[in-house]
Design a protein around this ligand. Sequence first.
Ligand code: FAD
Length: 457
Amino acid sequence: APALLWFRNDLRLADNPALAAVADRPILPVFVLDDAAAGPWAHGGAQRWWLHHSLARLGADLAALGAPLVCLRGDAATIIPALAEAIGAAETHVARRYEPWGRRQDEVVAMALAALGRRLVRHRGSLLHEPEAVKTGTGGYYQVYTPFARAVLAAGDPGPALPPPTRLQAAPGAPASDDLALLPRRDWADGFAGPWQPGEAGAARRLEHFIAGGLAFYAAQRDLPGVSGGTSGLSPHLRFGEVSPRQVWQAVAANGVQATVFLKEILWREFSYHLLFHRPEMPEHPLRPAFAAFPWAPDARLLRAWQQGRTGYPIVDAGMRQLWQTGWMHNRVRMIAASLLVKHLLQPWQAGAAWFWDCLVDGDLASNSASWQWVAGCGADAAPYFRVFNPILQGRTFDAAGDYVRRWVPELAGLPDALIHAPWEAPAALRRGYPAPVIGHAEGRARALAAYAEVTA
Ligand code: FAD
């Protein structure tokens, strides 16, 4: 009997348990863009650019094997059961989702299919271990990263990755695809095509390239945003499931100590999903209840200066411009930029998270929400709020020669290294229109600490 194969965050053929389960039957592979069900967490602009290209690659790969992909728009909760009925599919196979809205929708679809005498078959999703499988000694979930990571590393090899199918058979009766219209109407994302190659082949190439080059230097270079290839650049590929963390684990595991340092970062992603699964309110609400009363001071002008990379702090502005131009920002700089927004500028972390969500090609509900809460001090295992990053010192430490700033803030390229992270100390002619800091570091720090005192009082 034919089966329906519903793709979501798993746009790959290899190590895809849902696909492997139905590869011997006639299948209809389908993707449904359902912005209404996702609500505020519908794909952001940069993710849509990525998704457009990733679906094109997946569609071509599936067609080459014999079962073309159908892309539809609308309410998945009605489309999927209707499609299963139309092609006579007793089973619809999916990889699990962990976003709260996606989990809810899967429940609704499962019930709708059951009412038709059909079945939703859920397979392992985009994690090394399913969230229920990692438990503390007392049977609860981990709220602190280090013991979580220790438990996952101790569990060891997550198991072999599945090979891709070599041939597929298309189920008859497939409808025509809709135009998903994912590309932005303005040319904002044109610069993304240089650094990125969405799709499974691009992900495999990126992983191979990283293992051959960056991995050996990862521990030493991962915090240096000016070093190109200092980190893997795998995040958007992982986000869309073009490569699974299991495949990444298997590919790097042979590299000993270097692999462990790297896998510990993959485990931050895993931990973020773990939190999202157990604390589904995480994208909207602080995990530490005291922070619900934090005296944020929303200010559209300050938010805009930050978004546009015009805060007057070069390392922050370089990051915000890298984000706008490439859809990605280096992790160290994400932390510095996010910290400036929530501490010096007292803007709610949700506003920063929303901008990242729209601009990041790797925009991921688990990692983005968990990371913003971590920076803002309100997360499960967060950096203490009172530890306020000094953006000048952070710049001098991690971009000592100013390579990163010169690349993304070209108007400062002529400054000597000693002034590149404090341009206000340079003659105006050398700053070429670059703004003064929106708030001084000492003043911003004092304001942040005073606001925090209100929460802890
Ligand atoms: P590498 O250093 O090569 O790491 C390998 C992989 O490990 C990454 O691809 C990613 O999947 C995972 N990883 C690494 N660090 C983290 C982390 N701190 N948290 C979760 N996963 C991690 N990452 C996203 O994938 N999506 C987001 O929306 C996102 N938003 C963030 C927002 C803020 C404020 C901050 C501070 C971090 C955010 N991160 C997010 C985490 C991290 O910055 C990126 O995963 C990383 O920069 C991706 O680059 P890379 O693939 O070269 O990383």
